[in-house]
Design a binder for this molecule. Structure first.
Ligand code: HEC
Ligand code: HEC
Length: 294
């Protein structure tokens, strides 16, 4: 557990919010969401240029009081930044290829009838670039030191990973069963995520889990994250960070059921096992054809 998570948990506990459904006031610890960066210029860019777009086009279904769709649009500027950056299923690794709040709406046909104008695209891309820079200590918006931009590296790694995941490892390790039956203080994960609600799927059908994670990057990115902290060596990592944020009920997940986030937890072990096997194929060059195009 990182110092940051410990600090955030302590603040939540001090605010009397652990174990209750009280809304938690935004804190500085919350802005970091446990994964570093974000909070300075990027925060301001979101609040000034992007939050108004989210309010106009997305709040109708995604406001923090929404019951069916991921609640990432804060009710006021005071909690708006914390509301969006804490959702992996919305911001991913903050690149134009890894942030669903951009890719989903930019996809052919848009998302739920919504598209972004050219001006909105420019504003969102500028904000995302500022986040990538702040969170990875990078050289600022634009290409990193390597031949690829952060967005290109993200798209490549997601595509490669989709070919490296193997059905036999999902069935062999019962990955789906171990995640769907993982407990929380509000029931097992499958109780709410069996059909993939909120960008997270936990289903005991291992074939369905393999098909979903290997062909849909939104679900893949709940379990695996593209790490850009070293742009000379960007890589896929197990997404323990998102489970820590959610399971420890850090902002904006303060109403989520609490669950065990220790690396010794059976589902976390299953994730590490699947990761190690998959990375093994990648290292050995024995991956299959990517199912997700770049
Ligand atoms: C008419 C309602 C509606 C509107 C408006 C809407 N969404 Fe959604 N959105 C949904 C529903 C329902 C889902 C879950 C099913 C899906 O993935 O399409 C969803 C899923 C998502 C997801 C995937 C994350 C997840 O947890 O499932 C993202 C990201 C997202 N929306 C972003 C946006 C953005 C950005 C806007 C505004 C530009 C927007 N949505 C507008 C209804 C809406
Ligand atoms: C009682 C219903 C319920 C149960 C049980 C539940 N969840 Fe959730 N989950 C939600 C809701 C609602 C959201 C969206 C709001 C939020 O994140 O707080 C969510 C969101 C998530 C997200 C997406 C967070 C993001 O960053 O986009 C993850 C990951 C997640 N849950 C993991 C789990 C795991 C793991 C379990 C089992 C240990 C679990 N959930 C059990 C209701 C539930």
């Amino acid at each position: 557990m990182s110092i940051r998570i410990l600090v955030a948990s302590a603040l939540l506990a001090a605010a009397g919010c652990v174990g209750t459904l009280d809304p938690t006031p935004a804190t500085d610890a919350g802005t970091t969401g446990g994964d570093g960066g974000g909070g300075g210029a990027a925060r301001q860019a979101y609040l000034t240029n992007v939050y108004p777009i989210m309010q106009a086009k997305c709040a109708g279904c995604h406001s923090t009081t929404a019951a069916n769709a991921t609640p990432f649009v804060g009710a006021s500027a005071a909690n708006a930044y914390e509301a969006i950056v804490g959702f992996t299923s919305v911001v991913g690794n903050f690149t134009e290829t890894g942030a669903a709040m951009y890719t989903k709406v930019m996809a052919a046909g848009g998302h739920q009838g919504k598209t972004y104008s050219a001006d909105e695209q420019t504003k969102i891309k500028a904000w995302l670039a500022a986040e990538v820079s702040e969170r990875n200590g990078g050289p600022g918006p634009g290409p990193g030191p390597g031949p690829e931009t952060p967005a290109q590296a993200t798209a490549r790694l997601i595509s490669e990973w989709s070919g490296c995941l193997k059905l036999e490892d999902f069935t062999g390790n019962n990955f789906g069963g171990r995640w769907s039956n993982k407990g929380s203080n509000g029931g097992n994960c499958e109780q709410c995520h069996t059909s993939g609600a909120y960008g997270m799927i936990a289903n005991d059908d291992n074939t369905l889990m393999y098909n979903t994670l290997s062909s849909n990057k939104y679900y893949m990115l709940a379990f695996f994250a593209v790490d850009l902290t070293d742009m000379a060596n960007p890589k896929m990592v197990p997404n323990f960070g998102t489970f820590e944020r959610v399971g420890l009920r850090m902002i904006p997940h303060q109403d989520h059921p609490a669950f065990n986030t220790a690396r010794t937890d059976d589902a976390m072990v299953a994730l590490q096992q699947l990761y190690d096997l998959t990375m093994g194929y990648k290292t050995a060059g024995t991956c299959g054809t990517p199912k997700i195009p770049q």
